[in-house]
Write a protein that binds this ligand. Structure first.
Ligand SMILES: Cc1cc2nc3c(=O)[nH]c(=O)nc-3n(C[C@H](O)[C@H](O)[C@H](O)COP(=O)(O)OP(=O)(O)OC[C@H]3O[C@@H](n4cnc5c(N)ncnc54)[C@H](O)[C@@H]3O)c2cc1C
Length: 392
């Protein structure tokens, strides 16, 4: 019996577990599937540039404020995780170049410029010559012939998702969190409008129950099915994203290269790995990679870095982003259940938003007033709640 049980061991579930443990709660995390199959493991780990004045008020729309809140917390988290576990999560302010080589990506960048100006995100228009100086390896004929606009953003940041997850997991274990892998929550036992336990099934089909006082569901793209067991309908759609990995000499590329508004990108890791992403595909719960998409990513990389065309990629993978009907995450109580919380639907920004989400959920589960208003992210916001009675 723990104070809190978190269902789902991706970045959202582990972050909430860590923040609850830091607030003195006893916590368990139950998760099925290998971590490698979670969206979190597959993520690129880009934290788009944010305003840097950490003392200034958070600005903009609710999701923009949540992003800034989370961005500030990640700076502290990187230090705390390193201190608690000795694991460096790769948090690194590497900066980025946003480049447009088509009319469409050029207009995407113009929209971004409006937002950067409104939010006071540091950005600077740069010339072809500047692009060549900042990233000599991008000096291809393609760029020369097609560049329409380019911006430099010094504050774009990255983390390495597998390392961050390893650090979070270790930090949780060191604080006594019980992590139960390879078990699937099949159903809930309820007493009136409270969950008493989650009923889990292991890979060997052995079943047991896990009891707690409070529960949080953080099952990413798989949340819809589970929530239906609580008679709550929340559409959560999986959006597949594929990534291609190359290994080059360290320092070949130093900045994140975003094409247009960053739907396609190249991320350089310190050790020379280059991640080229990504796709957005509506193909259900299919986590496989496809030759067509990998070819498209290879072409993007080859246009900018022709040397890569002749090399075999080192690897590739896919993950399922948890999408929501209005593109916003749901963070708050599960309607009609007294002791259940929900954190899902983070779509393309779950890694970036994980720290803020964890603070909001952990504070509210502990009865502490939250630093940001959560109503905007509540499950009721889009009239999603079904006011049905729970089945005992
Ligand atoms: C290719 C790609 C690139 C991305 N790049 C970025 C990026 O650069 N920056 C960014 O911020 N975000 C990025 N994202 C998005 C980010 O990865 C997700 O928003 C985030 O990882 C969602 O985390 P999660 O914990 O909600 O879901 P997941 O990581 O999918 O975790 C959910 C967990 O719940 C478990 N589970 C499901 N059902 C059950 C059940 N019934 N019982 C027990 N356990 C269950 C699953 O096994 C899984 O481990 C990217 C995603 C992809 C796919």
């Amino acid at each position: 019996m723990h104070d809190c049980c978190i269902v789902g061991g991706g970045v959202i579930g582990l972050s909430i577990a860590w923040e609850l443990a830091r607030r003195g709660r006893t916590v368990s995390v139950v998760s099925c599937n290998a971590l490698r199959h979670s969206a979190s493991w597959a993520a690129a780990g880009i934290f788009p540039a944010q305003p840097q004045d950490t003392l200034a008020q958070l600005q903009g729309t609710p999701i923009e404020r949540l992003t800034q809140y989370s961005d500030r917390l990640h700076r502290q988290w990187a230090e705390s995780l390193l201190e608690e576990t000795g694991i460096d999560n790769g948090f690194h302010r590497c900066g980025s170049l946003a480049i447009a080589t088509t009319e469409e990506t050029n207009s995407d960048i113009l929209n971004s410029v409006e937002r950067w100006e409104r939010l006071q995100v540091e950005h600077e228009p740069i010339s072809l010559q500047d692009v060549r100086e900042l990233e000599p390896a991008l000096n291809s004929g393609f760029i020369t012939d097609h560049l329409r606009s380019a911006y430099y953003l010094p504050d774009e940041t990255q983390v390495r998702p597998p390392r961050h997850l390893k650090a979070l997991r270790e930090a949780c274990l060191r604080r006594g969190v019980e992590i139960v892998d390879d078990v699937r929550v099949r159903s809930f036992s309820l007493n009136s409008d409270r969950i008493v336990s989650v009923n889990v099934e292991g890979q060997d089909l052995a079943r047991c129950s896990m009891h707690a006082s409070e529960f949080c569901i953080a099952t990413g793209a798989w949340s819809e099915d589970l929530l239906q067991k609580l008679n709550f309908n929340l559409s959560t759609r999986p959006w597949r994203g594929q990534i291609l990995l190359h290994k080059t000499a360290p320092g070949l590329i130093r900045h994140i290269i975003n094409i247009g508004a960053g739907l396609d990108y190249i991320i350089p890791r310190d050790d020379g790995h280059l991640l080229i992403g990504s796709t957005i595909e509506d193909v259900g719960f299919d986590i496989s990679t496809t030759p067509l998409s990998l070819d498209r990513l290879s072409t993007i990389a080859g246009d900018l870095l022709p040397d890569l065309m002749s090399r075999e990629p080192k690897g590739f993978w896919a993950g399922l982003r948890p999408g929501s009907p209005d593109g916003l995450p749901t963070i708050g109580r599960v309607p009609v259940v007294d002791n259940a919380w929900l954190a899902t639907g983070h779509y393309r920004s779950g890694f970036h938003l994980s720290a803020g989400t964890a603070h909001l959920i952990a504070d509210s589960m502990c009865g502490i007033s939250t630093e940001l208003q959560m109503d905007f992210f509540s499950a009721e916001r889009a009239g999603l709640a079904e006011s049905t009675n729970l089945v005992l």
